[in-house]
Ligand binder design. Structure first.
Ligand SMILES: NC(=O)c1ccc[n+]([C@@H]2O[C@H](COP(=O)([O-])OP(=O)(O)OC[C@H]3O[C@@H](n4cnc5c(N)ncnc54)[C@H](OP(=O)(O)O)[C@@H]3O)[C@@H](O)[C@H]2O)c1
Length: 349
C-alpha cells in the first residue's frame, strides 16, 4: 500500500481507503451486509496496509430519515473492530455529522441553524465518540454543505472548541453531490483541512476548480463514489435487481440501458493498463497526484484485496487519461428522483 499526505493535516493516509456506507445494518445495493464478512474485510484491509476508514453517523441506520432510535451500525462495527483488533492507534477514522434536518443535499438558501447549530454539532461529536469507542476522532466531516455557511461564525467557534477539548483532531466537509465548488469560500477560512467529493470517470467536473484550488491551499482530497455507486464495477446488467434503497432509483429502468451502454464502451479500454472496470476506475483517480485517498465502498474480503492491489504506483498513461475524458456523463440524481427538488439542487455547470 502506498501512502499520501492528507493535505495540511500532517497525516499519511493509505491511497486506497475503505468506504463503509454498506458495511453493516440496512441492505445496500443488491444485498444486505453480512457483518461477519464485513469484520473480516476490515481485518484484511488493515493487514494489507490500509489505515483510512470513512464512515458516518448515519451509515447502516434503518431509520435514516425517521426517528432517532436506530443504532449507528457502521460506526459501531468499526468501534468493535478497533477495540478487538487493538488497531486504535494504527487506523484513522473519518466520520460525519448528519444534517440536523436529515436532508441531503443541503439546498441553496437553507439556514445553518436548521442544518448544523452549535449544540447539535457538539452532541453529534459526543455520540460518534461513544459509538466508535474512541477518545478522539481523527477527522470529522460535515455531511452536507452550502458555501454561504462560511459567513456564519458559530460553527467556527464550535469546531475550535471541540478541537481544543481534544475530541476532534481535524475537520473536513463532505460536499454535496455534483457541486464540487460549493466549498471554496469556506476553504478560505482555513478551518477546513479536507474535502470529500464525488469523483469518477463519469463525473470529472472536480478537475476544473476544486483540484487546482485544493492544490494551491494544501487541502486533503478524499475521492468518494469512485465506482459510481457500483455502476463502474462492470457488474451491472439489464437484469440487475436492487434492494429498496437509493440505488433502486439511481439505476432506475430509464437509466439502466444508458449505464450498460456506457460501461460496455469503457470495457473496450481494458487491457494492459487495467484488467477490470473497477481497476480502471480506481487507477483513473489515483493518477491525479493531488488526490490523498480514494474510498471505494467495500464490505467483502475479495473486494478489499482487489482494491488494495491497485496501490502499486502505476498511473494510467496520458493517452488513456485523454481517452477517458470522452466518457464523462453528468447527471443529477436528485432532480431525476424528485422534480420538486429541481429548484433546490443543481449540478454545477
Ligand atoms: N455524502 C457523502 O458523504 C457520501 C456519499 C456516498 C458515499 N460516501 C462514502 O464514499 C464511499 C464510497 O461510495 P459508495 O460506496 O457509495 O460507492 P462506490 O464506492 O462507487 O461503489 C460501491 C460499490 O462498488 C462495489 N465494489 C467495490 N470495490 C469493488 C471491486 N473491486 N470490484 C467490484 N465491485 C466493487 C461494492 O460492492 P459490494 O456491493 O459487493 O460491497 C459496492 O457495491 C462510501 O462507502 C462512503 O464511505 C460518502
Amino acid at each position: 500500500m502506498n501512502y499520501r499526505n492528507l493535505g495540511k493535516t500532517g497525516l499519511k493516509v493509505a491511497e486506497v481507503g475503505m468506504g463503509t456506507w454498506q458495511l453493516a445494518g440496512k441492505p445496500w445495493g443488491w444485498d444486505a451486509p453480512d457483518e461477519n464478512e464485513s469484520m473480516k474485510a476490515l481485518y484484511r484491509y488493515v493487514e494489507l496496509g490500509g489505515n483510512f476508514l470513512d464512515t458516518a453517523w448515519v451509515y447502516g441506520r434503518f431509520d435514516e430519515l425517521g426517528d432517532e432510535k436506530g443504532s449507528h451500525c457502521s460506526e459501531e462495527l468499526i468501534g468493535m473492530f478497533l477495540k478487538e483488533s487493538g488497531n486504535k492507534n494504527k487506523v484513522m477514522v473519518a466520520s460525519k455529522i448528519p444534517p440536523k434536518n436529515r436532508f441531503w443535499p443541503a439546498h441553496l438558501g437553507i439556514k445553518i441553524d436548521e442544518v448544523f447549530p452549535s449544540l447539535y454539532i457538539e452532541d453529534m461529536v459526543n455520540d460518534s465518540l461513544k459509538t466508535l469507542q474512541m477518545d478522539s476522532i481523527d477527522l470529522m466531516q460535515f455531511h452536507v454543505w452550502q458555501d454561504e455557511f462560511a459567513n456564519n461564525d458559530e460553527w467556527k467557534q464550535t469546531i475550535l472548541k471541540l478541537t481544543k477539548e481534544g475530541k476532534v483532531k481535524h475537520w473536513g466537509i463532505s460536499i454535496n453531490d455534483y457541486q464540487p465548488s460549493n466549498c471554496l469560500k469556506t476553504l478560505d477560512t482555513g478551518l477546513i483541512e479536507t474535502i470529500q467529493f464525488i469523483f469518477n470517470i463519469f463525473h470529472q467536473k472536480p478537475t476544473e476548480k476544486l483540484l487546482p484550488h485544493a492544490k494551491a491551499n494544501n487541502i486533503g482530497l478524499i475521492a468518494r463514489v469512485p465506482l459510481d455507486e457500483g455502476g463502474l464495477t462492470g457488474k451491472i446488467t439489464m437484469e440487475s435487481k436492487f434492494t429498496d434503497d437509493m440505488r433502486s432509483v439511481y439505476f432506475n429502468q430509464e437509466r439502466l440501458p444508458e449505464f450498460v451502454k456506457r460501461t460496455d464502451e469503457l470495457k473496450k479500454l481494458l487491457g494492459d493498463e487495467a484488467k477490470t472496470l473497477a481497476e480502471l476506475a480506481l487507477r483513473y483517480i489515483l493518477s491525479f497526484d493531488k488526490i490523498s485517498t480514494v474510498i471505494p465502498g467495500t464490505r467483502k474480503v475479495a473486494t478489499v484485496e482487489a482494491n488494495a492491489a491497485v496501490s502499486d504506483g502505476r498511473k494510467l498513461s496520458e493517452n488513456m487519461m485523454a481517452e477517458l475524458k470522452n466518457h464523462t456523463w453528468e447527471r443529477n440524481f436528485y432532480v431525476d428522483k424528485d422534480p420538486v427538488l429541481k429548484l433546490q439542487s443543481y449540478i454545477e455547470q
